[in-house]
Ligand binder design. Structure first.
Ligand code: P6P
Length: 280
């Protein structure tokens, strides 16, 4: 696991340099989710694959930017699914973006996840790595330093409601409005990594990307986004559900499957579970 942690550290230093160049044009290609790829998406994907290809303990990798998984070392023990630069379109409006990694054993299932990591590229470059605990690391002068363990409170103050509001179910809208009526603060940038990082570091709240009438299976990808953040939040004392059940127990039919997802503190996730299990 150490060599994977260090490969992600090296990749992140290279990604930071790639983000800092001026040209961030679009390519002619689309990813498996039908999103037009930035040159930057492809560049970050290639450099992560290059770093992982040098780690003998990695059996297979799957990237959000590639249609199929890629076999690396037949004797390797780990399977890594990653989103090289989530929310990359936010780079050209100078908002924070991030990389997300899920580290699995035996295969790409939520219950096989043994570690998860994300890196936020913002005013600072920070990494959160969850194995037995959820820990924060900071990049300073090209060196990574451990900062602290992260724990969520039982209840928070932030509300990050994703999805197109006109396509929300009425009971979901009532849930979100109910939290705002309790004084929760709106914190939503459209970047999953900074939005979830903020809730984690500010002690708690709710991030939601529900099933909607235009996206009945949600938008966020199980392997690359939903499973890793569910793991990070659970190791920090929080929760990740699909509305009714623990999202890490969802099965995967295809590596690009999506799922509705809710991440947060106990009070907020209990509210979601009550609303969704009683929804008509
Ligand atoms: P919407 C970015 O494209 C992303 O995949 C996540 O980072 C983010 O949480 C979500 O989509 C935002 O989606 O529909 O609110 O723009």
């Amino acid at each position: 696991m150490r060599e994977i942690f260090e490969a992600i550290q090296r990749s992140s230093i290279r990604i930071k340099k790639a983000i800092d160049v001026k040209d961030i044009g679009y390519s002619q290609e689309q990813n498996s989710s039908g999103e037009t790829q930035l040159q930057l998406d492809i560049q970050c994907d290639m450099l992560i694959e290059e770093e992982f290809s040098r780690v003998a303990s990695i059996h297979t990798i799957a990237s959000e930017e590639k249609e199929h998984a890629v076999a690396l070392h037949s004797n390797g023990k780990y399977y890594i699914a990653y989103d090289p630069l989530d929310g990359s379109s936010l780079v050209d409006v100078n908002l924070s973006v991030g990389s997300i990694y899920g580290i699995y054993e035996k295969g790409f299932e939520g219950t096989n996840l043994v570690a998860a990591c994300y890196v936020v590229f913002g005013p600072r470059v920070e990494m959160v790595f969850a194995h037995n605990k959820t820990k924060l690391h900071l990049l300073q002068n090209n060196h990574w330093e451990f900062v602290k363990e992260i724990r969520l409170n039982e209840k928070g103050k932030l509300n990050a409601p994703g999805g197109t509001q006109q396509h929300w179910a009425p009971y979901h809208k009532a849930l979100i409005d109910g939290l705002f009526n309790e004084g929760y603060r709106l914190r939503y940038s459209g970047g999953m990594v900074p939005d979830l990082h903020q809730i984690l570091l500010k002690g708690g709240g709710l991030f939601s990307y529900p099933a909607t009438s235009d996206r009945p299976d949600g938008k966020l990808r199980l392997l690359f986004e939903v499973f890793p953040f569910a793991f990070v939040y659970e190791k920090a004392g929080g929760f990740g559900i699909d509305g009714k059940t623990r999202v890490l127990e969802r099965t995967v039919a295809h590596i690009h499957d999506t799922s509705p997802c809710f991440f947060g503190s106990k009070y907020e996730i209990d509210r979601v579970h009550d609303v969704y299990t009683n929804a008509q």
